[in-house]
Structures are given as C-alpha cells and as structure tokens.
Design a protein around this ligand. Structure first.
Ligand SMILES: [Zn+2]
Length: 77
C-alpha cells in the first residue's frame, strides 16, 4: 500500500510506503522516536525522506544504506 504525497526533497508528488522493519529499527535506534508505525518513506529512487503521516513537517532522512538501488544502467558515483 502506498500513498501519494508531495515530497519536499523530490519537489514533486511521489508514492510513499510504510517503513519496513529494518528502517523502523534504524529510526528507533537513532533515538528521536519511540513510535515508528506511522512513518512513511518516499519510494523515489535515491530519496531517503520519511515523514509522520499527517505531519509532513515531522520528517527526517534515512541513512544511505536504505537507498533504493538505481536501475542497472544508471550512472554510478
Ligand atoms: Zn522523495
């Protein structure tokens, strides 16, 4: 299930999905939140933005390791 919202990082509308277990574990470990079941992340390639549902200003960035792999023919850094 995804929701369509404006992503402030992509500066366009994107699909967001709920954080998976690894991502939730990271947010918990990072320490600023204890309740993570209402967090959604942008599914755009290379975007790490997550936010609390209903509170687009309550957001953060996931670490690089959660970056979605770009297509195989994309340029790599
Ligand atoms: Zn985004």
């Amino acid at each position: 299930m995804t929701i369509n919202r404006h992503c402030p990082t992509c500066r366009s509308r994107q699909d967001f999905r709920k954080l998976n277990d690894d991502e939730k574990a990271w947010v918990r470990a990072e320490g600023s939140r204890s309740y993570v079941d209402n967090l959604w992340r942008c599914t755009a390639v290379g975007c790490l933005t997550y936010f609390r549902i209903g509170r687009i200003n309550d957001r953060g960035l996931l670490p690089e390791k959660f970056k979605k792999e770009p297509p195989a023919d994309a340029e790599r850094p």
